[in-house]
Design a protein around this ligand. Structure first.
Ligand SMILES: [Mn+2]
Length: 310
């Protein structure tokens, strides 16, 4: 499959690299990682993410400023990154071939070629595998993007998806000039005051139920206006809820114009991917999410709790 994918890439002239809406470090890192390589192969490459504005915390990634919010007029190959289902790309169906590069266990295999490996800790690790299988040499701009995506998706090498192989991948990337300390500083020590205020508000609004094993908070549109925080800042908020000692399941309701986005995080005993999938979303065992198109938060909470055995 990796050979077949690279053959298709080699044959294509105008390539679009696209990642999921409300992108995280893996989405942007993995899509940007191929940009300089394909461009230097003489391809016309466009990196697309339909989210505006993009989370600025990733602005240190090489070629971040090249990301466009819209598809170009013409292209002959689409490659998607870190995206479990086609609708999360935020674009219409296309007639050109699609290579789907991902590691979500819930991936719907919507590509013509699907490079999916749920055993890998990041979509960027699947990209690395693609490069290795095809003997493409790493370089600093590429390894920086792949490492950033890996660090973000493993909670800086702390989640359950971390194993010996994760560190071997990291070591390869560091050997190819990715700078762990530089990347960690960019991601961890450039918080906005707005984000810290949103975190404070989350703690203020935190509700604990089921013997404090479930923690949830509801962030309204007004909370984002009031603090000036971006939607992407809410990832840190749901992780903050999970960080409480008693919490096994963290739920964050993020209000949207037509309903809520629900972010789920868990510790060792609860599979939130299963819950999210049952609610029409997807994700990983310990981090997943879904969307609802109504505002009955009590019903959403009941639906979630019904699927959990505490
Ligand atoms: Mn990912």
């Amino acid at each position: 499959m990796y050979k077949k994918a690279w053959n298709l890439i080699s044959k294509s002239r105008r390539i679009v690299l696209i990642s999921h809406i409300n992108p995280d470090g893996d989405a942007l890192g993995s899509s940007l990682s191929l940009y300089p390589l394909l461009r230097d192969m003489g391809k016309k490459v466009t990196v697309v993410n339909v989210t505006v504005p993009l989370p600025v915390r990733y602005d240190f990634l090489p070629n971040f400023d090249k990301i466009k919010p819209k598809l170009p007029e013409q292209f002959d190959l689409l490659i998607s990154f870190d995206c479990g289902s086609f609708d999360r790309l935020g674009i219409d169906r296309q007639t050109v071939p699609l290579i789907n590069i991902d590691h979500h266990i819930t991936n719907t295999l919507y590509g013509d070629i699907n490079l999916i490996d749920p055993a890998l800790p990041s979509a960027s690790s699947v990209v690395l595998q693609l490069l290795k299988e095809n003997r493409i040499a790493l370089r600093k701009d590429v390894s920086t993007c792949i490492y950033t995506a890996l660090a973000e998706d493993t909670g800086f090498f702390s989640y359950e998806n971390v194993d010996k192989r994760t560190f071997e991948i990291a070591a390869e990337l560091i050997a190819a000039k990715a700078d762990p300390s530089f990347i960690a500083r960019q991601l961890k020590e450039r918080n906005s005051l707005a984000k810290l205020r949103l975190e404070a508000l989350t703690v203020e609004k935190l509700q604990l139920i089921n013997h404090a094993m479930v923690g949830y908070a509801i962030l309204n549109l007004d909370d984002f206006h009031k603090t000036g925080a971006l939607r992407s800042d809410s990832d840190a908020c749901v992780n903050l809820i999970r960080s409480l000692a008693t919490v096994q399941l963290a739920i964050l309701f993020i209000e949207e114009p037509e309903g809520y986005k629900i972010s789920l995080r868990s510790k060792e005993n609860i599979d939130v991917a299963e819950i999210a999938l049952a609610m029409g979303g997807g994700g990983h065992k310990r981090a997943a999410g879904f969307n609802v198109r109504h505002r009955d938060t009590q019903k959403i909470l009941d639906d979630i709790l019904q699927k959990v055995h505490l």
